[in-house]
Every structure is written in C-alpha cells, then in structure tokens.
Design a protein around this ligand. Sequence first.
Ligand SMILES: O=C(O)CCC(=O)C(=O)O
Ligand SMILES: [Fe+2]
Length: 179
Amino acid sequence: MELIALSLGLPAQRFSGFFKDQTTSLKLNHYPPCPIPNLALGLGRHKDSGVLTVLAQDDHVGGLQVKRKTDGEWILVKPTPDAYVINVGQIIQVWSNDRYESVEHRVIVNSEKERFSIPFFFRPAYYTMVKPLEELIDEQNPAKYRAYNWGKFYTTRKGSNFRKLDVENIQMEHFRVTK
Ligand SMILES: O=C(O)CCC(=O)C(=O)O
Ligand SMILES: [Fe+2]
C-alpha cells in the first residue's frame, strides 16, 4: 500500500488510517473436478471489491482467468510456484480516481484435477466512506465517483457476487458520476 501511495505522488502512509478496524479476511477456495468443464465455472466473473487481494494460486492446477480489456478475451493466469498474484481491488480504483483499474476475473474448472486457492482480501473498516482522494482531484480531474459506504456496499454485494450471471452484479461502477 505504501508503494501504491508513493506511485500516486502521496505520502507513503496515506492509506494507513483506513485500516484501523479493517474487514480483511482470508478465504479457502476448493474447486472439485467437473466432468463437463465447458458447461460450468468455478467462480463467476467479478472484480474484487476491497482494496488489495493477495492470492496464493494452486501451484499445479491453473484456472484463474483475467479479462483482457482490448478485446474482451479471457486470459489464463499461469501459476508461478511460490509467487502470489496481487489484484487491485475496486476501492483502489475509486481512491485513485481511475488511475489504477481493477481487473475482471473468473475461475474455470478442470475435468480431472481439483484445485485450491487462498485469497487474502485486504479491506477497510465497515464505516469507511469510499471516494476519490482529495489530493488527486481538481478542476481538470473531477471526481469520477460519488462517495459510498463500504459496509453497505459489501453486504449488498455479497448477495450477488460469484453467481454465474450474464449481467454484471452490483459494482462500484454504479457510483460513477455520469456527465
Ligand atoms: O481461485 C482463484 O484463483 C481466484 C479466486 C477469486 O478470484 C476470489 O476468491 O475472489
Ligand atoms: Fe476474485
């Protein structure tokens, strides 16, 4: 988080105040083998809604895919042994007023092998009002998002996240300021 703050021209400790009563959690994912993998998904398309995700992928069985922005193709994130995948969450996108972008991802299943993954979701306190940082907005760069309450967003989002939906579930895009 300190490096992200510095990369935005902010003091290294700029984000620390948001994590006093953090709602951070660790999840253990298990994807059993699926006989007809092209008819199922392990995890539906989504963006991580928190601040930062540190993901330990299964070293042997791939499955995580990210959506490439240029053509919408789903690209496999090949497992690198002993390495973590760091995922920018939607809150960083809002704080940075879109200088950082959160990537859409999903997990496909394997017909023979089970797969495990362990994501660590770094998240702020429930009462945090998420909005673009004041230092990053001015007349030339107006705020692209309205403020939203993290706790309320998170509980609403939990009800729709990870379903195999054809339409987008609730996203912070719904708080985007439209001209
Ligand atoms: O299993 C994976 O590799 C990714 C899991 C994931 O995206 C999530 O739990 O939010
Ligand atoms: Fe995710």
